[in-house]
Design a protein around this ligand. Structure first.
Ligand SMILES: Nc1nc2c(c(=O)[nH]1)N[C@H]1C(S)=C(S)[C@@H](COP(=O)(O)O)O[C@H]1N2
Ligand SMILES: [Mo]
Length: 557
């Protein structure tokens, strides 16, 4: 019993050793190459579209933590099982640890941004853990009791490393040392069952745990210092004044209704959707962007200072995620500052397809291997497609793509808004499928006209009388023309529209509802400047965005 528990403990210690050593090695390679991050990332990469849709909606939040805790829990269970197995099958169990190292290594290398060196943390961690388990299992092996009748050669090491359960207890054989407790008990019933090297085990286990904790802490610290340098580089940035400032937000753009989303979304409240388990912390000082590919006559490499010295524009643009359900939260509006992307492309000699350009797809690549494909035509058709360096008056937050990201009005984020950008390649849609396109999402995805009721909340119980019904509507790059509200399937009532900031931003709306007591269903629909009214047909988010009317049920008092 005690031996069994100690064996499980050896497994856990081996697991700890693996993770801590891997953490230390990942500090030398890069933080994202750690086994838990790599396996978690590989899980995200392999998620099929409907689950991904769930994931993309949730990974921005605590689900990333849940995923990592899940991986750790599985690892712990496996580690204990291997530990227990190591009592009988010392070599096989120790070797099994290598399998897990190999899984971590493969996951790291197979990530979209994977390199061969990313295997190192898992490989070194796995090898160390394998050795530690082998050593600890050795301490737990029976050695003949000094007073017993089972031989006196004093062998405590499993020198020939047999893995059989050896029911035969040959006192002269070194195998005796690794014989399983129960079989020894059976054979030597009534005699001294022998002992194992308790003291040796405690010393070895403590040493392994302490050494790995030290390695882990050191790794943490090294990884954190990389992040600290990036943070320092962010703090020193002073964003220049834009040569083309955004016009001030019109006074009437915010209706200031209680419960209604503010017109500008503060950075801390801005939704976050990405596949990154570790938020990339790029040092702006060493950041470079390469522009190359089909039809590029002058390939460009620019650094952060180059970007800041260019003509900067400032614009309010509403970002939306394709995975936003009808009524969902994955939409936000910010004031971005950055370099017009079309300027850079023209400098590189790129022409849009309508002017004979050879590339119709611009693939943006991030430091974490995300790839996002955007139509070159859209980027160069005069809209404010920008390489953003600032968001709401500060350098981009790390979560939102520091130091540089793309923002293209009118296109869902997964086809336009690459964060932690490091590479722009001109190619064709025929030649290359970006990350989400490989996973069943559409190649091109303009944002669909949508509207959302922010207040009253579902199942609210306002008092009968005048109840403000309010929300936001968006149809980026077309603009919102009209919003209507109806109650219980009745007539559509025109809502009051807030002042328009630009056709690239959402628009608040409000309708004063003469509410009578009882349960009621509120519905909203928007019409864009092309004259198209939102369809009531409900479709899901896959493959290019949800449609349908948002509705809210309330119980008026
Ligand atoms: N590198 C990288 N960029 C990315 C993503 C990602 O997973 N990785 N997700 C995209 C998606 S799906 C959306 S909707 C937007 C969200 O941007 P935000 O997190 O700043 O709101 O970023 C886009 N850019
Ligand atoms: Mo998205």
């Amino acid at each position: 019993m005690v031996r069994g528990a100690l064996a499980a403990l050896s497994g856990l210690i081996a697991g700890l050793v693996a993770l801590c050593v891997a953490e230390l090695v990942s500090a030398a390679v890069r933080p994202e190459a750690g086994p838990v991050t790599a396996v978690g990332g590989a899980v995200i990469d392999r998620t099929p579209a409907p689950v991904k849709d769930f994931a993309v909606r949730n990974f921005g939040n605590d689900d990333k933590l849940v995923l990592q805790l899940g991986i750790l829990a599985l690892l712990a269970v496996f580690a204990m099982a291997v530990g227990v197995a190591s009592l009988r099958y010392r070599k096989v169990a120790s070797a099994a640890v290598l399998v897990f190292g190999a899984i971590g290594a493969l996951a790291a290398v197979e990530r979209p941004d994977g390199r061969l060196s990313d295997a190192l943390p898992s490989v070194v961690g796995g090898l160390t853990a394998c050795a530690v388990l082998y050593l600890l299992a050795g301490r737990l092996a029976f050695r003949p009791s000094p007073h017993g009748d089972r031989g006196t050669d004093g062998t405590t090491e499993d020198t020939n490393g047999t893995e059989n359960a050896a029911a035969s207890v040959d006192a002269q054989s070194p195998d005796a040392a690794s014989v399983d407790a129960e079989s020894v008990d059976a054979v030597t019933a009534g005699t001294d069952p022998g002992t194992f090297d308790r003291r040796g085990f405690v010393i070895a286990a403590t040493a392994a745990a302490a050494a790995s904790a030290g390695a882990g802490l050191l790794g943490r610290r090294l990884n954190a210092s990389g992040a600290a340098e990036a943070a320092a580089s962010r703090r020193t940035i002073v964003l220049p004044a834009p040569s083309s400032p955004a016009r001030p937000v019109p006074a009437g753009a915010d209706l200031k209704v209680r419960g209604l989303s503010s017109f500008t979304t503060p950075n801390k409240d801005f939704y976050r959707v990405d596949t990154a388990l570790v938020v990339p912390r790029v040092d702006a000082g060493s950041w470079r962007l390469r522009i190359h590919g089909k039809g590029v006559t002058r390939p460009l490499t620019v650094d952060f200072q180059d970007l800041l010295q260019r003509k900067l524009i400032e614009r309010d643009i509403t970002l939306t995620c394709v995975s936003n359900e009808v009524g969902g939260p994955y939409v936000g509006n910010a004031r971005w500052i950055g370099v017009p992307l079309a300027d850079l492309l023209r400098e590189a000699g790129v022409e849009p397809p309508s002017k004979g350009g050879r590339a119709d797809q611009l693939v943006s690549r991030s430091v974490d291997g995300m790839t996002i494909g955007t139509p070159v035509e859209a980027v160069m058709d005069g809209r404010d497609a920008i390489l953003a360096v600032g968001m709401n008056g500060e350098p981009l937050p790390f979560d939102h793509g520091f130091p540089v990201r793309m923002v293209v009005p009118g296109l869902y984020g997964y086809v336009s808004a690459c964060k932690w950008l490091e590479d722009l390649e001109l190619t064709t849609f025929a030649d290359y499928d970006a990350y989400w396109v490989k996973r069943d999402w559409s190649r091109e995805a303009p944002i669909k006209t949508q509207s959302r009721i922010d207040t009253p909340r579902p199942f609210a119980s306002p008092k009968a009388g005048t109840v403000p019904v309010a929300g936001v509507a968006w149809a980026q790059h077309r603009g919102i023309e009209r919003v209507e509200v109806r109650v219980d399937g009745g007539e559509w009532n025109p809502a009051k529209l807030a002042a328009e900031d630009s056709e690239d931003t959402w628009r608040q709306w409000m309708w004063e509802w003469p509410a009578t007591s009882g349960s009621h269903t509120l519905e909203v629909r928007a019409t864009d400047r092309d004259g198209d009214t939102q369809t009531d047909k409900r479709v899901g988010t896959v493959p290019n965005g949800a449609t349908g009317w948002h509705s809210v049920v309330v119980a008026v008092d």
